[in-house]
Ligand binder design. Structure first.
Ligand code: SAH
Ligand code: SF4
Length: 375
C-alpha cells in the first residue's frame, strides 16, 4: 500500500505549530497559515501571499496542501445536486455530494473509501472497503464545496436546467445565503464510526473557532449502529447530531439487510440510543429506507413505533434508491402513507425525505455506483 505523505490538512493546529517551531519560524506563522487554510480557503501555496516564498516552498515539499483531485463532476438534470468523484494519491476514490435547497446548502461527505459493513441495499457496501480517510481528506471535501459556493456568482456560472424552479433558483443564488455551506452530513461513502479517531478530529477541525468555525449543530453523523462507538460518542459532549440507520425494527429482518445487526442487535442498539438521547438531551434521527414489501409493512411500522416510544427521536423515511446489486424497489406512495399513518397514530415524529440526484447516482446509498457499473 502506498505510504501517503501527511498533507497540511492532516495537521492539528498544535502539530503545525511544533513543525514550524522546529524550522525556526516565528510563532505567528502557524495562525497565519491556519487562516489561509480554513478562513480564506486558499487552494494553493502560491495563494498564501503573506508567507515568505522560502516558507511556502518548504511547506510544499514537506506537506502537500491537499490530497483530493476532482476527476468527474456531475450535475443533476434539475441543477440542484452536484457530485464530484475525487481521486487520492494511492488511487483510492471517493465521492462527495452538494445538495442545494431554497435556504440550505448541504454537503454530504465520505468518511471512508468504500465500506466494510456490507448492507445489502447500499452501493457503497456492495463495492467493498478500500481504506479509511484521514481527517484532512474528510475536511477537504467540505472545503472544496465551500470554495465552489463562494465562487459561484448569482447562479450565472451554473449549468443545468432547474426546470420550474429556475426563477427561484436565480433569486436564491443572488442572495448571500447561497454562497456558504450551511449543513454538513457524514452520510457519504463509508461508516464514520468505523473511522472514529479521524471522525472526531474532523468534527473538531470543522468547528474550530480560529479556523472554519462551522456550527456543530449543523453537522450530522450517520452510523449503521456500532454500539460501542455510539456509547463513546455520547461521552464526547459534542453538539453534533446523530443519525442511526435502523431500516428494520425486528432482528431477523434487520440482520438480513444490515449484517452488523448480528453483532449489535436491537436489544443493545436501542438502549444505546436511549442512553445517548437522555445523556445529551439531543434528538436522534432514525433512518429508514422504505423498500416495497420488505420493511414497509404495518408490522414493521408498529414494531418501529414500539422501539421509538418515549425516545427523543425523529424517523427519516426515504424511498429506497436503486442500486445495481439489490433487487428491491422503493415503496409505493400508498404504502408509504399507510406506514406513516401508523407512526403518526403512535405520535412518532417522522418525515419523508425527498429523493435527490438519482439521475447522477448521488442519492443515499448510491455513491460509487457509477464506477461499479462501469467496471
Ligand atoms: N454508513 C453510514 C452513513 C452512510 S449511508 C450509515 O449507514 O448510516 C447514508 C444513509 O443512506 C444510511 O442511512 C443508509 O442506510 C442509507 N442508504 C443506503 N443505501 C440506500 C439506498 N439504496 N436507498 C436509500 N438509502 C440508503
Ligand atoms: Fe456502509 Fe452505510 Fe452503506 Fe451500510 S449503508 S454499507 S454502513 S455506507
Amino acid at each position: 500500500m502506498t505510504k501517503l505523505q501527511t498533507s497540511l490538512y492532516d495537521l492539528k493546529f498544535d502539530e503545525l505549530q511544533s513543525a514550524l517551531r522546529g524550522w525556526g519560524e516565528a510563532a505567528f506563522r502557524a495562525k497565519q497559515i491556519w487562516e489561509w487554510l480554513y478562513v480564506r480557503l486558499a487552494d494553493s501555496y502560491e495563494a498564501m501571499t503573506s508567507l515568505p516564498k522560502p516558507l511556502r516552498d518548504r511547506l510544499a515539499v514537506e506537506y502537500p496542501l491537499g490530497r483530493l483531485t476532482p476527476k468527474v463532476d456531475w450535475l443533476s438534470s434539475d441543477g440542484w445536486t452536484r457530485k464530484i468523484l475525487f481521486t487520492l494519491p494511492d488511487q483510492a476514490q471517493i465521492e462527495t455530494v452538494l445538495m442545494e435547497y431554497d435556504t440550505r446548502n448541504t454537503v454530504c461527505v465520505s468518511a471512508q473509501a468504500g465500506c466494510a459493513m456490507g448492507c445489502t441495499f447500499c452501493a457503497t457496501g456492495q463495492g467493498g472497503f478500500q481504506r479509511n480517510l484521514s481527517a484532512g481528506e474528510i475536511v477537504e471535501q467540505v472545503l472544496f464545496f465551500e470554495r465552489e459556493l463562494r465562487r459561484a456568482d448569482g447562479g450565472n456560472e451554473r449549468q443545468g436546467d432547474r426546470g420550474k424552479n429556475q426563477q427561484s433558483a436565480i433569486n436564491y443564488h443572488q442572495s448571500v445565503m447561497g454562497h456558504r455551506v450551511t449543513n454538513i452530513v457524514l452520510m457519504g461513502m463509508g461508516e464514520p464510526f468505523a473511522n472514529y479517531h479521524q471522525l472526531i478530529d474532523t468534527l473538531h477541525r470543522l468547528s474550530d473557532p480560529i479556523g472554519y468555525h462551522f456550527g456543530a449543530r449543523r453537522i450530522t453523523v450517520s452510523t449503521v449502529g456500532l454500539v460501542p462507538m455510539i456509547e463513546r460518542f455520547t461521552q464526547e459532549h459534542l453538539q453534533v447530531n446523530l443519525a442511526v440507520s435502523l431500516h428494520a425494527a425486528t432482528n431477523d429482518l434487520r440482520a438480513s439487510m444490515l449484517p452488523i445487526n448480528k453483532r449489535y442487535p436491537l436489544e443493545i442498539l436501542i438502549p444505546a440510543c436511549r442512553a445517548y438521547a437522555s445523556a445529551t438531551h439531543r434528538r436522534l434521527s432514525f433512518e429508514w429506507a422504505l423498500i416495497d414489501n420488505v420493511n414497509d409493512t404495518p408490522e414493521q411500522a408498529r414494531a418501529l413505533a414500539n422501539l421509538a416510544q418515549g425516545l427523543l427521536c425523529h424517523v427519516n423515511l426515504i424511498p429506497l434508491n436503486p442500486t445495481y446489486g439489490y433487487a428491491g424497489a422503493a415503496s409505493s406512495r400508498e404504502r408509504i402513507a399507510a406506514f406513516r399513518t401508523i407512526l403518526d397514530d403512535q405520535h412518532i415524529p417522522n418525515s419523508l425525505r425527498v429523493r435527490r440526484g438519482i439521475d447522477i447516482h448521488a442519492g443515499c446509498g448510491q455513491l460509487k455506483q457509477a464506477l461499479n457499473a462501469a467496471a
